[in-house]
Design a protein around this ligand. Structure first.
Ligand SMILES: Nc1nc2c(ncn2[C@@H]2O[C@H](COP(=O)(O)OP(=O)(O)OP(=O)(O)O)[C@@H](O)[C@H]2O)c(=O)[nH]1
Ligand SMILES: [Mg+2]
Length: 199
């Protein structure tokens, strides 16, 4: 039941056309896949529960279309807790676009956030024979770009779909806790400083 979840996380999915963004989302939420291509025309929100260490969390997805994104100012982008970048392992150009998607998102929506959590998914791993993007190359890119989480997946074969979501939610929970603790510490110090200054 969606209403049982104690806390929710917002996530956005970016990537070139036809890399499988919607397919990954549908496989995660509905355990279904269609080989027919229907390009996403509008922003496509949906939600699903995820269970982590026996606790239920709500994931609020925002799947994106491939035009007008840069001109769009959606609150959901700003409020996103993490971002998923998708490329197709059989198309090098879709991997090369990852920097553009990352920079667009950070520059426009998250300028003041340090270490924003990203998950990079190399989709269509069922088509190994057509591979153009080396796993090692993708892992290196993720390391060099702020230690992003990375996984090769197949929405078509339902391979590795659940696990990376578990991992990114766990990381986001940890990061947000670190940030909260840090801010609490800063506030405590500030208060004590003001108190001393008044004495
Ligand atoms: N073989 C294979 N095909 C896939 C996989 N994931 C998606 N596809 C196919 O790739 C095509 C595009 O998938 P979509 O999920 O619509 O891709 P998208 O990134 O949402 O595309 P846009 O909405 O146009 O940006 C469809 O024909 C899917 O069936 C996969 O893991 N393996
Ligand atoms: Mg789509």
């Amino acid at each position: 039941m969606l209403t049982d979840a104690k806390k929710s996380f917002k996530l956005v999915i970016f990537g070139d056309p036809a890399v499988g963004k919607s397919s990954i989302m549908y496989q995660f939420i509905y355990n279904s896949f269609s080989s027919k291509y229907s390009p996403t025309i509008n922003f496509n929100p949906d939600k699903a529960n995820i269970r982590i260490n026996n606790k239920l969390f709500l994931l609020k997805f925002l799947d994106t279309p491939n035009y007008n994104i840069c001109q769009t100012s959606t609150k959901t982008f700003k409020k996103a807790d993490f971002c998923i970048l998708v490329y197709d392992i059989t198309k090098m150009t879709t991997f090369e676009s990852l920097s553009i998607w990352k920079d667009m998102f950070l520059n426009k929506y998250k300028q003041r956030t340090r270490n924003f959590p990203f998950l990079v998914l190399g989709n269509k791993a069922d088509k190994m024979a057509l591979r153009e993007v080396d796993t090692a190359k993708a892992m290196k890119w993720c390391r060099d770009n702020g230690n992003m989480m990375f996984c090769e997946v197949s929405a078509g074969e339902n391979f590795n779909i659940e696990k990376p979501f578990q991992d990114i939610v766990k990381k986001t929970i940890m990061d947000q806790k670190v940030d909260r603790d840090y801010m609490r510490d800063v506030n405590l110090r500030l208060r004590s400083h003001i108190k001393k200054a008044k004495e």
